[in-house]
Ligand binder design. Sequence first.
Ligand code: ADE
Ligand code: ZN
Length: 350
Amino acid sequence: MNLGKSVIKPVAKDRLPELLRRMPKAELHIHIEGSLEPELIFALAQRNGLALRHASVDALRRAYAFTNLQSFLDIYYAGASVLLTEQDFYDMTRAYLLKAAQDNVVHAELFFDPQTHTARGVGMETIINGLHRACVDARADFGVSASLIMCFLRHLSEKGAFETLEQALPLRNKLIGVGLDSGEVGNPPEKFARVFERCRALGFHRVAHAGEEGPPEYIWTALDVLKVERVDHGVQCGKDAMLMRRLAQDRIPLTVCPLSNFKLCVFPDLASHNLRQLLDAGLVATINSDDPAYFGGYMNDNFTQTFAALNLDAQQAWTLAHNSFEAGFIEPSARQRYFDRLNETFETFQ
Ligand code: ADE
Ligand code: ZN
């Protein structure tokens, strides 16, 4: 059964956080390296005999004061440098998927940045096998379905992206798609036109970060040149009315990350975030955590804090969760089961 918009019962404000926590949802924008909590960074550094720049967990956490995307990326890539063995990648992914399950995330699509690791001599097999084994185990152990999207680092060259793709091809059945991340401004999507064309020919799903800090033009070229099926962030589309109409008409999902946008100063505070405007314009917007260990919250933190700041309601909660399943790269019968679970939660919620 598919609940229409009009059937969503109003929910008292003080009960809304519980509904947000309880409703099943998909997370479609999580960089798995961004789930590395400082405690795990220190534990992995010790296990691998590596020295860290910061003296303690607390000192590292205190460094998490970002002014823009690049100021975050510098610390994020340093944190990821503790990952060396297949077990490291497994442990990181398992820790995230347990947290996701506790937030009633029933499906997750995880980004990973292989070039951050292959540049340090870590093998592609080590990376993908560790991530994938954790995804397989999470289905059995936590009831979460999880799949992998390999991201190309856009501050590096087209040649580097092609080499990365070649290294991953023997393991392609462990991936569902490719993405594009890292420093956006000055690295437009079209830099990777030929790589994405090859990925499309190979049958990979395609997504790209666009319009996080970069201009609306980058969203247009992500759509028209890279032929992406979803846009990661995309919030700068608010500056271009024609682009908003295009995204709404073609039902191109945006994987919005409110706490990330606040922590990276894309919006000065959560109350200024444009998520409500995106929903009002009929865009397929979703809520996600991006790099939860760095931005102060996992999925339910993003939902509860954003709903409080923007005064959103139960109807918008249902729409956001529904959008997450519509936007996921999910087989149709599984998607219908998620829709059914979502509707049942709303029908039975008191
Ligand atoms: N890599 C990890 N988090 C990112 C973000 N928010 N934007 C671009 N690249 C990223
Ligand atoms: Zn991201």
